[in-house]
Design a protein around this ligand. Structure first.
Ligand code: SF4
Ligand code: SF4
Length: 338
């Protein structure tokens, strides 16, 4: 199963507590980027476009812990760059687990197998391997042959050693629904602990601007891809909330919750979200207080947000909506694989 019961309970408790405290804006997932360096150069990636003096920097474990404590989100996702290039990544992960954070360590899989000895299996730790499709498609997306096979071998090794392993897939324009369905069947057969899917976002500074999805195209494509899952003929295990999947297929209309997935990196707290780079604040409180949140999200009319349906903006909206009495039954059913 994807998100396991203890995690769902902790997140539910956290959401109720925030409501009881009357907090209008609160984080759910901290996107902790301890470095921007990577050992790949994917065409759609905006993170590796930073200048060399930024790319060579690392957050120290202490800086990571301070950010996590300052923010307070129950889930910490560690994207990158490639986090396994960080010389103290094991120390960072151990410190986060000691703080009872649910950690998703995102990796392209190239260094995963040889890094497994640095970690111990834990219900608090999930390796999330970036895979955008079957062999040919994925290797084309990451612009290097052999990456798919290395990543699959690493997933199998991690599973054999008792680790939780999920995958993280970005769906781009031109994806054939039947290819994506074949891919979901394949990764399901590996016994993974869930899949996270999201449409891509056209980072202004990413080199490939031709293959990102516009909003209506996104909905039509996800309707096709998810049709057998929605009809119950495929038992794919998504880490995404079922309500977020409804949003992707156009059955729900949500507004973005950019403060739900704040991003902290060597540059500080990124304004306003993980995707847009409009400056940085030194503290999380400054990010919350000084950002004019009305300038973001689809209804704001901001052209940078008009086509965005990316999980980091809309999963928190779906998670908050899942706490509504009318949706709790559906969320529980999804949790038990219904
Ligand atoms: S593996 Fe991830 S961080 Fe590295 S280039 Fe590709 S998308 Fe960017
Ligand atoms: S709509 Fe997308 S780009 Fe705009 S603030 Fe939300 S997550 Fe960021």
């Amino acid at each position: 199963m994807g998100i396991h019961l203890p995690q769902a309970i902790e997140i539910g408790k956290y959401l109720v507590t925030q409501r009881l405290k009357g907090r209008k804006r609160f984080p759910l997932i901290l996107m902790l980027e301890p470095l921007f360096r990577c050992n790949l150069a994917c065409t759609g990636c905006g993170k590796i476009q930073h200048p060399p003096e930024i790319l060579k920097q690392n957050l120290s474990p202490e800086e990571c812990f301070q950010a996590v404590e300052e923010c307070g989100a129950p889930v910490v996702s560690i994207p990158g760059g490639e986090p396994l290039l960080h010389p103290q990544i094991d120390e960072i992960v151990r410190g986060l687990i000691a703080r009872k954070k649910f950690v998703y360590l995102c990796s392209n899989g190239l260094l995963l197998e040889k890094s497994l000895h640095k970690f111990e299996p834990s219900p608090y730790l999930t390796f999330t391997v970036h895979l955008d499709g079957m062999r040919e498609k994925h290797d084309e997306c990451v612009d290097r042959k052999g990456v798919f096979d290395t990543a699959i071998k690493a997933i199998q090794a991690a599973k054999a050693q008792g680790f939780r392993v999920a995958i993280n897939t970005t769906v781009f324009d031109g994806t054939k629904p039947e290819e994506m369905q074949e891919f979901f069947d394949f990764v399901t057969s590996l016994g993974i602990d869930g899949m996270t899917i999201s449409p891509g976002y056209n980072y202004e500074w990413a080199p490939d601007q031709d293959h990102f999805l516009k909003r209506e195209q996104t909905k039509a494509l996800f309707r096709e891809i998810l049709a057998p899952f929605k009809a119950g003929s495929k038992k794919w295990d998504f880490n995404n909330s079922p309500l977020f999947l409804d949003f992707l297929t156009g059955e729900k209309d949500y507004e973005c919750t950019p403060w739900g997935s704040p991003s902290y990196s060597v540059l500080g707290w990124q304004k306003p979200c993980y995707l847009l780079n409009e400056g940085h604040y030194k503290t999380f409180q400054e990010l919350l207080d000084k950002t004019d949140w009305s300038e973001y999200g689809q209804k704001s009319g901001n052209p940078k947000c008009s086509d965005c349906m990316v999980h980091c903006g809309y999963e928190p909206t779906a998670a908050i909506d899942a706490m509504q009495p009318a949706n709790i039954g559906r969320s529980m059913k999804a949790l038990w694989g219904g």
